[in-house]
Design a binder for this molecule. Structure first.
Ligand SMILES: [Zn+2]
Ligand SMILES: [Zn+2]
Length: 189
């Protein structure tokens, strides 16, 4: 959902001007106000619905279902090597077969049913209060970058952003840029 690029790589500022959004339907209005409603209602785990102490968190059982990648992992894509004794810097078979066109990926969690539900709750459930927790999870796995790097969120089509009310990638990018002291470039892609 995020990309980082050196400041020297002259990103294009791109504005989308295709047509006008459709008239607001009741469903869209409900979606637009859902983040506000989310802040008013008592906090619940976004995955299982159990009551929790604060917004933007998970209950302990759901948190324990998340699998954080542990060493050893592929130096490029962070796929775990399991129990194999691999030296640091090793690449997985997928990355060896086809050289990735990126400088590296940081995976906050491995993909499983719980992480899938967490991302869906954030993207489509209007759980914007999750952005700080998710950013912390990404930051825990993100290597230190030189200060001149920019944090660039992957853009959302303007129609979808209008319907959803926010770009979840931009929320994460803002938290990460703030935490690491990097410059945020929202329109870099
Ligand atoms: Zn839960
Ligand atoms: Zn790999």
């Amino acid at each position: 959902m995020l990309a980082a690029m050196p400041k020297t790589s002259s990103p294009r500022n791109k504005a989308c001007h295709e047509g006008q959004p459709e008239a607001a339907s009741a469903v869209m209005l409900k979606q637009a106000f859902a983040p506000l409603v989310d802040l008013v209602y008592p906090p619940r785990c976004p995955i299982c619905g159990d009551a929790i102490g604060e917004h933007g968190a998970l209950c302990l059982p759901c948190w324990n279902e998340l699998v954080i990648p542990g060493e050893p992992v592929c130096a490029s894509c962070q796929r775990p090597f399991g129990n194999a004794d691999m030296p640091a810097g090793s690449l997985c078979a997928v990355c060896l077969a086809e050289q990735p066109r990126h400088a590296g990926i940081s995976a906050a969690t491995l993909y499983n049913d719980t992480s899938r539900k967490l991302v869906l709750a954030f993207k489509y459930g209007n759980k914007i209060a999750l952005s700080r927790m998710l950013a912390k999870m990404i930051l825990a796995r993100l290597p230190e970058l030189e200060s001149e790097w920019l944090v660039v969120p992957v853009p959302l089509h303007f129609r979808r952003q209008w319907q959803r009310g926010f770009n979840q990638s931009a929320l994460l990018a803002r938290e990460i840029a703030k935490a690491r002291g990097h410059e945020l470039l929202v329109d870099g892609l």
